[in-house]
Design a protein around this ligand. Structure first.
Ligand code: NDP
Length: 340
């Protein structure tokens, strides 16, 4: 059973060398032997690379336990049940949820898994579009941005897993949507594939405030923040009266070894009565069933496009995870362990 383990806790930017591939001699079929009643054995098919995993690579991690050194890392994934002593799971079932970064995992609490209700759609979609990232975009936009048709929406890391969906939900609602991303290829994707009204490559802009003034001459109603730092600071300066900022993620700050970047423009939220609200998707899984039906419907009706960046092979998972912090992923980063 091959697995990816964390070798040491990380400060600063993670590298591939912080992780390693380890092979254990235990045959997968033996894993269920002696396990607690109600356990299941799954074969992991698709793994999700997510920025929050960076937090678990350091000690202490703020809102979730850190990874255990030498044990398989864990993350969201799509798996197939191969053996089960739980009455609600049968060999052959497809599920998604928190699993190990390994070929086979023994799951002692299978109730934490979700069934795959739309097996006609690509299974990998449950690592992103129909999984945690999709739910993040859904609750983040609809619940935390209080959007209305015609409003002006800015999304950062807009070509990523969450960003591409937020922008498209906003377009479906009839908003004017601009995205920022870190390459011209991603900017083209935003315009051509995801239907954003406008987009810019933030790496080519000398002054992010001017870039936002150019895209939003009348200001921003909603800023969906995936990056924090200088982009958030520039957005704060351009918010309209009673604007909303959904603080989803601050990936630009995650690897800073010491102080975070200063925010100079926070004070402007007072006269403009801007609401800045953070949220964690983990508080909102009770919305999952509604979200899954709605978004699966959007996909079938062709209302939503979805781009994944797929790498083949468990051993490529460390590079894929690290790549998120260099913007190497174009779309949702997925690792294929096996296709069935
Ligand atoms: P993405 O698919 O968007 O991948 C991360 C992207 O972030 C990269 O592709 C890169 O795109 C961008 N990025 C990396 N480093 C920087 C930097 N220094 N400055 C600006 N942009 C950078 O990831 P997700 O869609 O999975 O996650 C997006 C955000 O949402 C993250 O901040 C994540 O932590 C957050 N999140 C929050 C959740 C919550 O519950 N609140 C749940 C899930 C995600 P580019 O080339 O455009 O720079």
């Amino acid at each position: 059973n091959k697995k990816i383990v964390l070798k040491n806790y990380v400060t600063g930017s993670p590298t591939e060398a912080d992780m390693e591939v380890v092979a254990t001699a235990t045959a997968p079929s033996k894993l269920l032997e002696g396990s607690a009643a109600g356990s299941i054995l799954v074969k992991n098919l698709y793994l999700s690379c997510d920025p929050y995993m960076r937090g678990r690579m350091s000690r202490p991690c703020s809102y979730i336990d850190e990874f255990v050194l030498g044990e398989a890392m864990v993350g969201f994934g799509v798996s197939k049940v191969v053996d089960s002593s739980h009455p609600e799971f049968r060999a052959g079932d497809y599920v998604w949820g928190m699993t190990g970064w390994e070929e086979y995992s023994l799951i002692e609490d299978p109730k934490k898994f979700f069934p795959i209700r739309h097996p006609d759609l690509p299974l990998s979609y449950y690592t992103g579009l129909l999984g945690m990232a999709g739910l993040t975009a859904y609750v983040g936009f609809y619940d935390f941005c209080s959007p209305k048709a015609g409003e002006r929406v800015f999304v950062s890391a807009a070509a990523g897993a969450v960003g591409q969906l937020v922008g498209q939900f906003a377009k479906l609602m009839g908003c004017y949507v601009v995205g920022s991303a870190g390459s011209d290829e991603k900017v083209n994707l935003l315009r051509e594939k995801f239907g954003f009204d406008d987009a810019f490559n933030y790496k080519n802009e000398e002054d992010l405030n001017l870039a936002l003034k150019r895209c939003f001459p009348d200001g921003i109603d909603i800023y969906f923040d995936n990056v924090g730092g200088a982009t958030l600071d520039a957005a704060l300066l351009n918010m309209r009266l009673r604007g909303r900022v959904a603080a989803c993620g601050m990936i630009s700050q995650m690897n800073l070894p010491e102080k975070l970047d200063p925010l100079h423009n926070l004070i402007s939220v007072i006269p403009k009565r801007v609401r800045v609200e953070g949220f964690l998707v983990f508080d909102h899984f009770h919305r999952y069933a509604e979200f899954e039906e709605t978004v699966a419907g959007y996909v079938r009706e062709g209302k939503i496009a979805y781009v994944e960046d797929v790498v083949e092979g468990l051993e490529r998972a460390p590079a894929a995870l690290v790549g998120l912090f260099a913007g190497r992923n174009v779309g949702k980063q997925v690792v294929v362990v096996d296709r069935e």
